[in-house]
Design a protein around this ligand. Structure first.
Ligand SMILES: Cc1cc2nc3c(=O)[nH]c(=O)nc-3n(C[C@H](O)[C@H](O)[C@H](O)COP(=O)(O)OP(=O)(O)OC[C@H]3O[C@@H](n4cnc5c(N)ncnc54)[C@H](O)[C@@H]3O)c2cc1C
Length: 569
């Protein structure tokens, strides 16, 4: 097997991965840094898809304390407060870096200051943006800076296993598949960053990029690491619903549509949000998603089974001008957003949960660091729109600096555990030895069961049903083969591997959801609708144990502010 050696190996080239590479390089330009990514650098992942923007306290009248309080209250008091504090304080530094060092242009006010718009759940207009294509601006500039430096790239390389040293005491490197050739390669590294961006693509309707299948979380589980807050899966209320035949179904229609006064109408033409929340369509994502889901369960649906968003009362010309991109996207799918009705459905958007990590991005496995959507704890039970890209860029930068320091002080190229490599390779090759089967059927079954039983509204009966169904689905996948004739760009094989990871992480989500017997933010238990005592809040931990999982709870440490208190004077 080909072996590559590097000082720092970064998995993923979203905001977290690219910032980590740049900051590690800045800390020590002599370091050998390699970015390995499942897609093409700069062209994949969700940071590129960021529409709305980036939260940061810049304007007069705003403050990091205010941003912090919004993040804690939005996260229903479950965030790790030190992680959230670092997020809001370093976001200020990072946005200046993006503008002044990396060359991003964000929209500006007539007086030249950065324009900041309103986003749900925030007490101040603090979302920096470039029109509604903020992520493309950020990723393009970051990618240019990476290309301009001596940073190595392994594109279309899929990480499949975190491999430990023979002693088990540290990471030795990562087993990869070169997707272009189908060959395995081992990348030995002194430090590894997990920045594969989570991504709840196990739900029937979902928003993240197609390259994301919770690979990082699955690798972490298999390596024995603990994940926190995994039950917290955020649904965006307005995913486009254009039928099962198109990948446009599930993609986000931005929050600004509701924010600017859009109506939600059920299949009977009635505006229904008044039955659920006094803020109507401007209620937070979790509330609107649950309301839409309730209408769907009551059968008051549109032809494709969702509800309608209606903007025409705001003036079709205004809508066309204000939401040009959204109007074009809807037109591509046969809908007239400006003057007619568009079908929408809640869509799985973001995972608040992920690898338990410290504020220096270190994990329980020495030499392994984590940043971005692969991590848990920053957002608690709910992520504010605009805090996702802030999280990945802030902590990506931190990880880069910390990995450089780690390599300098204690970085060693450990000999990998050969048995771990052999076992991981055998597991990946397993479907190649069996007759080709119905992978798509497994995917559809996963979509349905996660949507129905581990989705927007949960209860013990449904979760227990899902637990059994997921175990059965895993067995079904393990009996399903893939045509091994040609391993170059063998998409069926990669689909199989994606599903293997998605099912493992789905099982972990299900366990965490069963453990949490209250309703907080994104997690709603119909059998436990109350939020529980905030002062005795706990967060969930899940790890693999034998063929199953071990779950536990830890009390939230209110290190900066207690429920009922505020940092604002
Ligand atoms: C449509 C959409 C709109 C959004 N809008 C906003 C917004 O307005 N504001 C906001 O704050 N957040 C938004 N988000 C969320 C935001 O995009 C994410 O929180 C953030 O960008 C995640 O960054 P990341 O670096 O962790 O992961 P990503 O940017 O997703 O990058 C993950 C990388 O890992 C790679 N990868 C995956 N698996 C493997 C593997 N096995 N081996 C190697 N590489 C792998 C991927 O190819 C990719 O390069 C949005 C998300 C979506 C989907």
């Amino acid at each position: 097997m080909k072996t590559i050696q590097t000082d720092i190996l970064i998995l993923g080239s979203g905001g977290a991965g690219l910032f980590a590479a740049l900051h590690a390089h800045q800390s020590d330009p002599a370091l050998d840094i390699t970015i390995a990514v499942k897609g093409l650098l700069g062209k994949c992942g969700c940071t590129r898809m960021v529409q709305g923007g980036y939260n940061v306290a810049l304007a007069a009248g705003d403050s990091v304390e205010r941003h912090f309080m919004d993040t804690i209250e939005g996260g229903k008091w479950l965030p790790d407060q030190d992680l959230a504090w670092k997020l809001v304080t370093l976001a200020v530094e990072r946005i200046h870096e993006l503008e002044n060092e990396l060359g991003c242009f964000f929209d500006r006010n007539p007086d030249g200051s950065i324009h900041q718009k309103a986003f749900a759940g925030q007490s101040f207009d603090r979302t920096v943006h470039k029109g509604d294509l903020t992520g493309i601006e950020i990723i393009n500039r970051l990618a240019e800076q990476v290309w301009a430096r001596k940073i190595k790239r392994l594109e279309e390389h899929r990480a499949v296993a975190l491999v430990k040293a023979k002693s088990g005491a540290a990471i030795a490197g990562v087993l990869m598949i070169d997707m272009r050739t189908g060959e395995f390669a081992f990348v030995q590294a002194k430090a590894v960053l997990l920045a594969t961006g989570g991504g709840p693509t196990m739900y029937k309707y979902h928003t993240p990029s197609g390259d994301k299948s919770c690979d990082g979380l699955a690798m972490a589980l298999r390596a024995g690491l603990t994940l926190r807050d995994l039950e917290m899966v955020q649904f965006h209320p307005t995913g486009l619903l254009a039928g099962a035949h198109t990948r446009m179904t599930g993609t986000v229609l931005e929050e600004g549509l509701r924010g600017s006064g859009g109506y939600l109408l059920n299949g009977e033409g009635a505006r229904f949000m008044g039955n659920y929340d006094t803020k109507l369509e401007r209620a937070t994502r979790d509330i609107v998603s649950r309301a839409i889901y309730a209408e769907m369960r009551a059968g008051r649906t549109t032809p494709n089974g969702g509800v309608h968003i209606s903007m025409a009362h705001l003036g079709p010309e205004n809508v066309a001008k204000q939401f040009k991109g959204m109007v074009e996207r809807c037109a591509d799918s046969g809908f007239d957003l400006a003057g007619g009705l568009v079908e929408v459905v809640p869509t799985a958007h973001y995972m608040m949960g992920g690898v338990a990590f410290k504020a220096d991005c270190s994990t329980a496995l020495p030499g392994l660091f984590a940043a971005g959507e692969d991590t848990g704890g920053v957002h608690g039970a709910n992520r504010l729109g605009g805090n996702g890209v802030a999280n990945s860029t802030v902590y990506g930068g931190v990880a880069g600096e910390e990995m450089a320091a780690w390599v300098r002080t204690q970085g060693v190229l450990h000999q990998p555990d050969g048995d771990e490599i052999a076992a991981a390779e055998a597991a990946c090759r397993a479907p190649l030895g069996r007759p080709a089967g119905d992978i798509e059927g497994v995917r559809q079954a996963l979509y349905e069961l996660m949507w129905n039983d581990v989705g927007i509204v949960r209860d013990a009966t449904g979760l227990a049903r899902a637990r059994g169904a997921l175990a059965a689905l895993e067995a079904r996948l393990n009996a399903t083969g893939v045509d091994a004739g040609d391993l170059r760009y063998n998409l069926a094989w990669h689909d199989w591997l994606n599903l293997d990871n998605l099912i493992l992480v789905s099982r972990a989500i299900c366990e965490a959801a069963l453990l949490r017997e209250n309703s907080r933010g994104a997690h709603f238990r119909e059998d436990f609708p109350g939020a529980g005592e905030l002062a005795t809040s706990t967060y969930s931990l899940v790890r693999t144990a034998g063929d199953g999982f071990s779950v536990s709870r830890e009390p939230v440490k209110f290190t900066r502010v207690k429920p009922g208190e505020t940092l604002l004077g």
